[in-house]
Design a protein around this ligand. Structure first.
Ligand code: FPP
Length: 288
């Protein structure tokens, strides 16, 4: 059992580490701080295997790592954090694993709403991004509840991509943009009393004139600026169908650590690298 002096020493060390971290962040903030960092949470099952844990425990450890990372990002002044929590392709995994992940998600979303959670400590507004109708009803309802409950938080933003892939996001946005154009075309045809053949012609023209901005208006991630840094753990540098539309001028950082092993040093290193290439990234952005 932990004695009183042990717990006193423990809280002293925690407070010292927190002060050191804040000092480090203060020094870092003399340079540009990324506005948006996105994470691909790779390597949770490998971590469980490495630590000889049950597979689901890797994802639980991954969630704890996520909480620490969010804390570091928000303390550092990063406004937007996006995570790839579950891709549409992940539905192809063994049914027990998918169910285990959905159960974990449900439990953790409910936990995020508790008063003492990081979301409330840091004034985080939560968005769930993706094809949410693919989720089971309890997770979808919990996601809707979390978005509603945090709607008045405005200090920071957490975007949780679930049932998400970039190609699905782009197809969805293109479809909505076409429907919007078609709606406008019909309206203007009605107003001018055009004949059916003319409507068809206008519809055709309307489709042909879809612009980049029409698609961007309907992209799920449109509520956030493009990420400045994309972190993918476990040494992989593939994007795996994540934020393909949004990452043309983004710094990719792929530390060897498995997701549950990610920590403060990785964030500091990512930000230092971002600061080093910042003038170049800004130039590229202006050109784009
Ligand atoms: C509410 C909320 C935000 C919950 C998030 C929970 C969480 C940590 C989800 C990660 C899910 C996932 C499929 C990660 C990829 O690791 P992997 O399973 O592919 O592991 P591997 O790369 O070792 O195979």
């Amino acid at each position: 059992m932990e004695s009183k002096s042990d717990s006193y020493a423990g809280s002293l060390v925690a407070s010292l580490l927190s002060r050191m971290r804040r000092f480090l962040f203060h020094v870092l903030s003399t340079g540009p701080i990324p506005n948006h960092i996105a994470f691909i949470l790779d390597g949770n099952r490998r971590y469980a295997k490495k630590q000889k844990l049950k597979e689901g425990m890797g994802h639980r450890a991954g969630f704890l790592a996520l909480m620490s990372l969010m804390k570091y990002c928000y303390e550092l002044g990063v406004k937007y954090v996006t995570i790839y929590a579950f891709s549409i392709d992940n539905f192809k995994r063994q049914p027990e694993e998918v169910q285990g992940l959905m159960d974990l998600m449900l439990e953790k979303i409910e936990g995020l709403l508790k008063e003492e959670s990081i979301v409330n400590q840091y004034g985080v507004r939560v968005y769930f991004i993706g094809n949410l109708k693919l989720l089971n009803a309890p997770v979808r309802d919990a996601a809707a509840k979390a978005m509603k409950a945090t709607a008045n938080n405005d200090k920071s933003i957490l975007l949780i991509c679930v049932a998400y892939t970039s190609t699905d996001e782009i197809v969805h946005a293109a479809q909505e943009a076409i429907e919007e154009k078609w709606g406008e075309t019909q309206e203007s045809s009605k107003a001018s009393g055009a004949q059916n053949s003319e409507i068809c012609q206008e519809k055709h023209e309307g489709h042909r004139t879809i612009k980049l901005a029409d698609i961007e208006r309907h992209i799920y991630m449109g509520l956030a600026p493009d990420p400045d840094i994309l972190v993918r753990t476990s040494g992989e540098s593939r994007l795996s169908n994540f934020l393909l539309w949004q990452t043309s001028t983004c710094l990719l950082y792929s530390p060897k650590a498995l997701w549950p092993e990610i920590g403060l040093r990785h964030i500091v290193w990512a930000v230092l690298n971002f600061q080093r290439v910042h003038p170049y990234l800004e130039k590229r952005r202006k050109q784009v």
